[in-house]
Ligand binder design. Structure first.
Ligand SMILES: Nc1nc2c(c(=O)[nH]1)N[C@H]1C(S)=C(S)[C@@H](COP(=O)(O)OP(=O)(O)OC[C@H]3O[C@@H](n4cnc5c(=O)[nH]c(N)nc54)[C@H](O)[C@@H]3O)O[C@H]1N2
Ligand SMILES: Nc1nc2c(c(=O)[nH]1)N[C@H]1C(S)=C(S)[C@@H](COP(=O)(O)OP(=O)(O)OC[C@H]3O[C@@H](n4cnc5c(=O)[nH]c(N)nc54)[C@H](O)[C@@H]3O)O[C@H]1N2
Ligand SMILES: [Mo]
Length: 756
């Protein structure tokens, strides 16, 4: 692909529905081009089956029973194709390509280099990766770790594909080594949801099950684009609608998948009519969700007064919550008109939404990154919880919170202790079971880790999966921070940008992917994962590994622990010889996992306990909390915009599958910025004109170069560009209050003429 002439950017009209034949064809194209016909089909048939592997695409739950033959979606197929690719990133590849050259490749080009076949090492001054033996690699890591002045000089990042077994062993090793420096992708993702939900209802996870979608009356989808990022959710929404539910969508963009859906696995979806999904679309301005929610809360309170207390669930409020009076008093500070004016939504639509909410008793709110990646992200989620609490719409069938998770096991990793700020009870359990004193000082989260590396306080960066550099904010700053390290190590399946900006020494340790056969001393193993609704289930790969040198993630952790820790009571070899042994330890340590090995062998797995689901709130007073939330506070100059960095339909985070955002009508390119036509006219911008995105925080100018202007249906003074291309303008040191999540969905930028 390198050296091939790049096709010209093409802009077409955005689509108004998702799925259908185009989705089937696109899925087929990706899997057969990457993996070949026979292997591709075989691999796809095992996805999300009871005895198959968990789709690495997203964390949307599988039906508890009655799964179709192919429980996958277009973008799941692309995720599988990426892993099953026949391309190989081996010693011949690295002999041909210098690191400095590869830095000029796009993330798309880097990712298409293929599966990494063996461990590689980068030594400062060589500008290339060379093969290294596993033993030497482990020896080097352990020597560097043991020579640090303090264990806190090392950081251990995790991305959300890591299985429960690998994650548990990894955090155990890291804490035995002596630090809580365990940042993860969650810090950039749903951390704001975890913080807000823990505080208001007592558990940092969602409360609904898949079947709640089938008996709910109203679904509110905020800041989420399921058509591209959780396509299997569209089937659940389709079924919810058949059962009579209504759907309100709150989004600055008219996302195709939220407008209408053709089920690609049903004949009626391929031929006949598409199912309309959204009944009412509220085109909110970026980061004005709190204003919108407050307007809704106020209208509901007024209606309740007029209708003699029949709109809100006063029994629930009385018996299960605290803070209702304070909330009512606080809302007096605002007028409905001023709140609605901020949102940019026509008032009649807001009143219509309020009327629907008033009439319904069973409401689910779903949300994702559109709410979690702002300065006031935690407030967004606290405010939507206020809405659900007013309606008593939490902890009963057909109602509750649904933060739709990203990575397929990001929720499980947290449950396993991948957390820089673990609860004391969790550490107490580790102490009880493993007889060591775990570190108590909180560790670095993602943004703190970047700052600490930049300041020279962290000398070893170790990543269990992911692509830290491209995923993190402030790409150039983060690259410099990584380069400050003595040693950077990435456990990876495929080459990515993080491998190209190393410490003095850089290591790539290649591992098995989700779809591959994992054989250890006792035989074939399976791993387990937790989905968005708290179901823990098996994932069993079946494909021949991409190379005989690959190790599983648990095996890599075990080797690292053996090489690094002085003495532990654990027999790490025995643990990884049979993953049942790891699961037995998890069962002893973490509540809800008793009889783990037995229960996870049942088809479909088991639900973890979730008190909120049962209508119980494990906060200090055992009550849910209403909270008081301020409106976001910033002024935009006439030439400033709020930039949201979003995903196209053709990527998985930093893995770029292809260059088509079919639903939004963008083809052959990703350096585009979506701008409102009135703003374009006001500023004299022409379609496809090149501009730089420029942000300025605390006097520091950050620039992302050469984006093409695309006129789009987006609110005025809001713009959108793709993640990770726009990440250079996201400041690393401005993050959400309390959750520290980068402000990737509301960065203040200007559009400037490109500098050379
Ligand atoms: N195919 C595919 N699947 C994926 C991923 C992928 O990259 N590709 N990524 C996975 C991961 S890790 C995650 S976290 C999820 C991400 O899933 P999403 O959260 O759906 O992903 P984003 O593209 O970040 O989309 C955010 C949506 O929020 C809207 N939005 C932006 N700002 C605001 C705002 O201020 N208010 C409101 N109400 N809406 C706003 C945008 O218009 C967009 O529709 O998907 C997971 N699944
Ligand atoms: N501006 C902006 N930035 C964002 C976001 C945004 O919306 N806007 N979203 C944020 C979000 S929600 C997230 S979750 C993060 C994602 O951050 P990460 O999770 O760090 O990034 P990914 O792109 O998912 O990681 C891809 C890499 O994972 C490796 N990989 C794939 N499968 C496996 C496996 O099975 N094992 C191992 N060991 N490695 C594997 C491959 O080498 C691949 O290159 O990005 C965040 N960054
Ligand atoms: Mo995510």
């Amino acid at each position: 692909m390198k050296g091939k002439k790049r096709k010209q950017l093409k802009i077409t009209a955005p689509q108004t529905e998702a799925g259908g034949m185009a989705a089937v064809l696109s899925a087929a194209k990706h899997i057969f081009t990457e993996a070949g016909l026979v292997s591709g089909t075989r691999t796809l048939l095992r996805v999300n089956q009871f005895n198959g592997y968990d789709c690495p695409g997203c964390a949307w739950p599988d039906p508890d029973e009655g799964r179709s033959v192919v429980e996958f979606c277009e973008n799941g197929a692309k995720a599988v194709a990426e892993e099953a690719t026949l391309a190989r990133c081996d010693e011949h590849f690295f002999a041909r390509h210098r690191v400095a050259d590869m830095r000029n490749w796009s993330d798309y080009e880097i990712g298409k280099s293929g599966r990494i076949t063996r461990p590689f090492i980068y030594r400062q001054g060589t500008d290339c990766y060379e093969p290294v033996e596993w033993d030497e690699a482990f020896g080097l890591i352990s020597k560097t770790l043991r020579n640090l002045a303090s264990p806190d000089e090392a950081v251990f990042y995790t991305s959300g594909r890591t299985s429960n077994e690998a994650a548990f062993l990894y955090q155990l090793f890291v804490r035995m080594y002596g630090t809580n420096n365990l940042p993860d992708c969650s810090n950039m993702c749903h951390e704001s949801s975890g913080v807000a939900l823990s505080e208001t209802v007592g558990i940092g996870k969602g409360s609904v099950k898949l079947e709640d979608f089938y008996c709910t009356e109203l679904i509110i989808i905020m800041g989420q684009n399921p058509g591209s990022n959780h396509p299997r959710m569209l089937s659940a929404l389709e079924r919810a609608k058949k059962n009579g539910a209504r759907i309100i969508t709150i989004n600055p963009l008219p996302e195709a998948g939220l407008m209408a859906f053709r089920h690609p696995q049903h004949l009626s979806g391929l031929a006949g009519k598409a199912t309309p999904i959204t009944d009412l679309w509220l085109q909110v301005k970026v980061n004005e969700d709190v204003a919108l929610l407050k307007a809704l809360l106020k209208i509901l309170l007024q209606m309740d007064e007029r209708r003699s207390g029949t709109v809100l669930d006063h029994d629930f409020i009385q018996s299960k919550t605290t803070g209702f009076d304070a909330l009512c008093a606080d809302l007096q500070r605002y007028t409905i008109d001023e709140l609605i004016a901020r949102t940019g939504i026509p008032a009649e639509k807001v009143y219509e939404a309020a009327t629907w909410i008033a009439e319904k008793k069973k409401i689910i709110v779903c949300w994702a990154m559109g709410l979690t990646q702002h300065k006031n992200a935690v407030d967004n989620i606290r405010e939507l919880t206020n809405l659900l609490l007013l309606k008593g719409s939490i902890g009963k069938p057909g109602a509750g919170t649904c933060p739709v998770r990203g990575h397929s096991n990001v929720q499980g990793d947290r449950t396993m202790g991948i957390w820089e700020n673990p609860r004391p009870e969790f550490l107490d359990s580790l102490k009880r079971v493993f007889k060591f004193e775990p570190p108590r000082k909180p560790g670095y989260n993602t943004t703190a880790a970047i700052a600490a590396m930049a300041a020279g306080k962290v000398k070893v960066f170790f990543a269990m999966g992911g692509n830290f550099l491209s995923a993190a904010p402030d790409t150039h700053f983060t690259a410099r921070a990584l380069e400050q390290c003595l040693l950077t190590v990435h456990v990876s399946t495929k080459l990515n940008r993080s491998h190209l900006y190393t410490g003095k020494t850089g290591l790539i340790l290649p591992c098995l992917g989700r779809t591959e056969l994992d054989v250890q001393a006792s035989g074939v193993q399976f791993v387990t994962v937790e989905n968005s609704t708290g179901v823990v289930h098996q994932s069993r790969g079946g494909k021949k590994p991409a190379s005989p040198y690959l190790l599983s993630e648990p095996k890599i952790v075990a080797e690292l622990a053996k090489a690094t820790l002085d003495s532990t009571s654990l027999n790490w070899d025995e643990l990884v010889s049979n993953y049942d042994n790891i699961r037995n330890l998890i069962a002893q340590t973490i509540p809800g996992f008793d009889h783990y090995n037995e229960r996870v062998r049942k088809p479909g797995g088991f639900y973890l306990p979730n008190a909120v689901r049962e209508g119980m709130f494990s906060t200090t007073e055992n009550k849910a909390h209403f909270t008081l939330n301020a409106l976001p506070d910033y002024q935009l100059a006439p030439d400033e915009f709020l930039l949201m960095t979003i995903r196209s339909h053709d990527q998985y985070n930093t893995t770029i599958y292809g260059l088509h955002d079919r639903y939004r009508g963008v083809h052959n390119g990703r350096y585009v910025v979506f701008v409102n036509p009135t703003d374009m006219e006001r500023l004299g911008l022409k379609p496809e004109q090149p501009v730089d995105l420029v942000s300025c925080y605390d006097g520091v100018i950050r620039r992302a170069r050469r984006f093409r202007v695309v006129p789009y249906n987006i609110p005025q003074q809001n713009i959108a560009a793709y993640f990770p291309e726009a990440n250079p303008v996201v400041p690393h040191n401005h993050a959400a209050n309390k959750s520290h999540t980068p402000i990737s969905k509301s960065v203040i930028v200007k559009l400037e003429n490109p500098v050379a």
